[in-house]
Design a protein around this ligand. Sequence first.
Ligand SMILES: [Fe+2]
Ligand SMILES: [Fe+2]
Length: 212
Amino acid sequence: MTATEIEQNKEKFMKLCRENIHRDGLEQLLAYIDTTDFYTAPSSTAFHLNEDGGLCLHSINVFETARHLYTTWLLPHIRQGTAVTNEELPMESVAVAALFHDLCKTKLYHKTEKWKKDENGRWVTYPGYEIVDEFPFGHGEKSCVIIGWFMRLKQEELLAIRWHMGMFDMAEQGSSMRYAYRAAMEKSPLVALLQTADLFASNCLEKTTKYK
Ligand SMILES: [Fe+2]
Ligand SMILES: [Fe+2]
C-alpha cells in the first residue's frame, strides 16, 4: 500500500466513524487512535493484509461488509418477521463493532528482519513482522477495554467484539466459555454479523503479501 493510499484510508475511516457514530467519546477515541500505529499497522503478520496500512483497511472492509449484509439481507428479514428477532440493529452499533473490533492489534506488530534459506541453501533475510504485546489482555477482550477507555459500549457491542473470533477461539476454550459464546450469539444478531463480516473480509477481500 502506498503512503497516499494509507492517508486516503485514514480519511475514509474517520469519515465513516463520524457519519455513523454519534456518541460521547468518539473524538477522544479517534484522538487516541491517532497516537497509535492503527493507520500504518498491518492486519496480521502472515495472512490477510500483512502490509503497512492493512489494519485500517481491514476495519473499513469489515464495516462495509457488515453494513451491506445487514441492510440488504438481515434487515429485510427482520421487517418481514422472518428473522429470529424483531428488533432492528442501530447502524451506530454495527459501525462501533466493525470499525473498532481489532483495536487490540494496535502497537502489536513490529517490523523485523526474518531469516530463511534461499534456493541454494544460503541463509538470507527478508522483511516481516513480530508480535510484541505490551498489554496482553486477550483479543476481543482487549479491543473492548481500549474502546471503553473513551466511549460507553452497549452490551450487544461488547458481546460482538468480545466474541468476534468465533469458532477460531473455541477449540481452545472450556465448556463454560463455549456456552457463553453460544449464549452471546443468541443475545444479539450483531455477534454473528461481526464474525461473518470479519471472516468474509479477511478471507475473500484481503490479499496476503508473500515477502521474498
Ligand atoms: Fe480480530
Ligand atoms: Fe478482524
